[in-house]
Design a protein around this ligand. Structure first.
Ligand code: KIV
Length: 286
């Protein structure tokens, strides 16, 4: 049996080895086409539970299920060959304890083909991370603003300001010591993210954190301007595809109403113009 693929896939140990090196490039994907677009440019592709808000219109990530993550994970798998694919463990699928976490992580890995999972939480998750990593489940941790705890935090506020910094610092140290191969630092003060990056032995992946982090992640739909319900301060828009999409839809509607679409080149003659190869484009008779 030859299980090797032609393209070398980035593994969790490869990511761990990048501590202090060239910054890790990470983006989210929820579909096959987006997986294909981000894969050549990214080290890590995260099938984030942000899918619930971005694609399903949910008010938070709390309503996301294991089944939704499996469906999106399978779709992304078909588009990603090179990057490490990580799938988020949704709210309620791991907090009960290590056994529940293992059961659901094993399902996510077996059914999506992902090589690692991500879960949220600091010190309270250390035992679970230790249990998972000892049983073949590489774990990316997530501390700071952990969106699944939005109700506990009372909103999507910066975490770790003032005396609260110690809690985030201890959490990052605990999950690193427990065996996580990387950690997302979300929406924490820049000096704290810089300090944690210096202190822990695993790569930190920043989102609203610091350029000193070992990598950066953004929600792809945010940076493309496709998700426009709100824009966190930490998002930089590299395109405005939401506006472009709206303009394209308006142009289509206008042309359909004015009978300018379809035009002559979009419709078919009774008989093909010729039987030569030039009459066949994309497998379609002209
Ligand atoms: O769900 C998600 O997309 C995430 C990233 C924002 C890190 O957790």
């Amino acid at each position: 049996m030859n299980a090797s693929r032609e393209t070398k896939t980035i593994t969790p140990p490869d990511v761990l080895a990048r501590k202090g090196g060239t910054p890790l490039v990470c983006l989210t994907a929820y579909t096959t086409p987006m997986g294909r677009l981000v894969d050549p440019h990214c080290d890590i592709v995260l099938v984030g539970d942000s899918v619930g808000m971005v694609l399903h219109g949910l008010p938070s990530t709390l309503g996301v299920t294991v089944e939704m993550m499996i469906m999106h994970g399978k779709a992304v798998r078909r588009g990603v060959e090179r990057a490490l694919m990580v799938v988020d463990m949704p709210f309620g699928s791991y907090e009960e304890g290590p056994e529940q976490a293992f059961r659901n992580a094993a399902r996510l890995m077996a059914e999506t083909g992902c090589a690692a999972v991500k879960l949220e939480g600091g010190e309270s998750m250390a035992a679970t991370i230790r249990f998972l990593t000892a049983r073949g489940v590489p774990v990316m941790a997530h501390v700071g603003l952990t969106p699944q705890a939005v109700n506990t935090f009372g909103g999507y506020r910066v975490q770790g300001r003032g005396e609260d910094a110690e809690r985030i610092r201890r959490g990052a140290a605990a999950i690193a010591e427990a065996g996580a191969f990387s950690v997302v630092l979300e929406k924490v003060p820049e000096p704290l993210a810089r300090l944690i990056t210096r202190e822990i032995a695993i790569p930190t992946i920043g989102i609203g954190a610091s350029p000193a982090c070992d990598g950066q992640i953004l929600v792809t739909d945010d940076m493309l301007g496709l998700f426009t319900a709100f824009k966190p301060k930490f998002v930089k828009r590299y395109a405005n595809l939401g506006d472009d999409t709206e303009a394209a839809i308006a142009a289509y509607a206008d042309e359909v109403r004015g009978r300018r679409f379809p035009a002559a080149e979009h419709v078919f003659a009774d008989t093909p113009k010729s039987v030569g190869a030039s009459s066949v484009k994309d497998g379609e008779a002209a």
